[in-house]
Design a protein around this ligand. Structure first.
Ligand code: ADP
Length: 191
């Protein structure tokens, strides 16, 4: 299964992706995690994106696309994957389609995790002490803006292509949301 978890900052994409990894034996590809690792290791890419990430901006498409392109060709990702935090722009979605099509693959299902904005702000406020530099109020406002203008259109892109979309209510306990995703995936496969 090749699945995309799509949602605003703080919607729980990372948390749910980990649950789905355990449940379905897929690999999780989180561009946020990969970029944070590059920053931590001080690689050339990491040095380039550090400031952008801290301020809640989007890293350049070419950088992110090349990271994903390399990762999805690795043997463990051949059977399927969950993309979490990618694609975040239409050009990224188009690039992903191209790289998958080369091997006759495609995105099978997109799972939008829906959480209202006031709940997101509250979640990010609560996890701020955990130390992510982009969980400050200013960076959060910026990430929300980027989500609305750049990332939300990605859903319309998949909708217009006729990709299966399995909407999920992301408000509730972590287990409840995981169950909703599992149900939405089952319903999606049946239809
Ligand atoms: P969240 O969804 O909570 O904002 P992520 O861990 O997915 O957190 O992303 C953190 C930051 O990493 C983003 O604000 C952005 O700067 C960068 N980033 C992650 N994925 C992408 C991407 N696909 N394109 C551009 N920038 C990205």
């Amino acid at each position: 299964m090749r699945l995309i978890l799509l949602g605003p900052p703080g919607a729980g994409k990372g948390t749910q992706a980990l649950r789905l990894v355990a449940k379905y034996g897929l690999v999780q590809l989180s561009t946020g995690d990969m970029l944070r690792a590059a920053v931590k290791a001080g690689t050339p890419i990491g040095r380039k994106v550090k400031d952008i990430m801290e301020h809640g901006g989007l890293c350049p498409d070419d950088i992110v696309v090349s990271i994903v392109a390399e990762r999805i060709e690795q043997p463990d990702a051949r059977k399927g994957f969950i993309l979490d935090g990618f694609p975040r722009t239409i050009p990224q979605a188009v690039a992903l389609d191209r790289m998958l099509e080369r091997n006759g693959r495609r995105v099978e299902v997109v799972v939008p995790l829906n959480v209202p904005e006031d709940a997101l702000a509250e979640r990010v406020r609560r996890r701020a002490p955990e130390g992510r530099p982009d969980d400050t109020p200013d960076a959060f406002v910026k990430r929300m803006h980027v989500y609305r203008t750049e990332t939300a259109p990605v859903l319309d892109y998949y909708r217009s292509k006729g990709t299966c979309i399995a909407e999920v209510d992301g408000v509730g306990g972590v287990d409840t949301v995981t169950e909703r995703i599992a149900d939405a995936l089952k319903a999606g496969q049946a239809s």
